[in-house]
Design a protein around this ligand. Structure first.
Ligand SMILES: [Zn+2]
Length: 268
């Protein structure tokens, strides 16, 4: 029997069960446990409708992963300082939404090491772990420091970036070309190198074990073909797996996050 779901999609919800990442795809008011569809033929069809996920207005193009243009320039969550936390400008009185900033940026942030396509450093709000690591397709992650604000986490990250990458090579990540490394000795080495910034930001050293994350993938692609609803409105194929925020099909990979707010009909 064919099943069909329709509505706007957004970033998949994640959790870990028995060490394996579990994904739920929001579509309309439904939450589809999409791990269950791995190995099945499914089709996603773009209904040529995008509604801003903040204000709900129709927009012809998606800005900042699912927003209309006015919201993308008005919301603090769409500001550049979210990508570059060391540029937080709340103290200058120029935050787009100072109240939002107080709630979201003046909260505990964690600096972590993760292995997604190699060792990288990243930051996230404390409450966003381990979702952030799953979103990046990390096979292991280790929180190393905690600070009180987003700005401080950015300062620590900048210091660490002298010694370790902060980007994921998403093609390597999706092909599963990842060397397994022990993050603990790397942490110890890095903490020694950035001692002054640990002191100046009042960072707390965390002593957690590394978290290992496995992904529900039956076959990794050898070549990466990025699928795009703007060019290919109907995407149909066998779902081979899910990693980071990507659905891996036999015909290519689809970054669900990039198409947040797109109105889709999913058939399986
Ligand atoms: Zn809007």
């Amino acid at each position: 029997m064919m099943m069909q779901l329709s509505g706007p999609i957004s970033k998949m919800h994640t959790h870990i069960n028995m060490g394996i990442a579990q994904y739920q795809l929001p579509i309309g008011d439904q939450l589809l446990s999409i791990n269950d569809l791995i190995g099945e033929q499914i089709s996603l069809s773009f209904n040529q409708l995008i509604h801003c996920q903040h204000c709900g207005k129709k927009t012809n193009k998606s800005y900042s992963q699912g927003h209309c243009y006015p919201c993308s320039i008005k919301l603090a969550s769409c500001d550049l300082c979210i990508m570059k936390p060391e540029t937080c400008h709340h103290h200058l009185g120029t935050c787009r939404q100072p109240e939002w900033g107080l709630d979201n940026c003046f909260a505990p942030h964690v600096i972590y090491l993760a292995n997604s396509s190699g060792v990288k450093v990243g930051i996230t709000r404390k409450q966003n772990t381990p979702h952030r690591w799953i979103d990046q397709g990390a096979v292991s992650a280790l929180p190393i420091l905690q600070v009180g604000t987003r700005l401080k986490s950015g300062e620590v990250e900048v210091a660490l970036k002298q010694f370790v990458n902060d980007k994921t090579n998403w093609r390597k990540m999706l092909k599963n070309e990842v060397d397994l490394v022990d993050l603990l000795p790397i942490r110890d080495e890095l903490l020694e190198k950035i001692q002054p910034i640990i002191n100046s930001t009042n960072a707390q050293i965390l002593d957690n074990p590394a978290l290992k994350i496995a992904y529900p993938v039956i076959e990794y692609p050898s070549k990466i073909n990025a699928l795009n609803f703007d060019k290919t409105p109907i995407i149909s194929g066998v779902l081979k797996g899910i990693k980071a925020q990507y659905l891996i099909f036999d015909c290519g990979v689809l970054n669900i996050r990039k198409f947040s707010a797109y109105n889709i009909t999913l058939t399986y």
